[in-house]
Design a protein around this ligand. Sequence first.
Ligand code: ZN
Ligand code: ZN
Length: 168
Amino acid sequence: MTTLHLRTLKLRSGEQFVDEREVQLEPLELGGQRYLPVPDTVSAELSITRASTGTVFELRFRNRLHGPCYRCLADAVLDLPISAREYQATNPDSEELRTPYLDEDRLDLSAWARDAIALALPLQILCRPDCAGLCPVCGKDLNAQPHTHEEERADSRWAPLAELREKL
Ligand SMILES: [Zn+2]
Ligand SMILES: [Zn+2]
């Protein structure tokens, strides 16, 4: 976990701190699946701007995420440019004016980076945009073996019932 103690920066109102920081990234759990940031440490650009009314925090980095494709479970790779921004008022009187990543003077860069990655994710993580997924009938990979199933077999089970219905 990477944290930063703001007190050590000795930032005064009107001053800005800009630095490259190595930030440790945690794996993400999404829909019961595990997604791994590769590499698990990124060099992030951090800037902290202090004004009399509050402080603006900005974090920028690029990351690559590895994990199962939403449709076929094969390895999917996502390249994510991350740009996040947080604000903390000097005298916050509501939750909106407070960043959840700041505890006293300790800024949790790892938690912030993890949430920023989660927010940047597409709705579905796919190995490729046109992934055909797994067959709902037999479970085979439709990318490797495109096929369909005939419905006759299912229909034949109802044949005796249809005959019976005709007799009634
Ligand atoms: Zn896929
Ligand atoms: Zn099938």
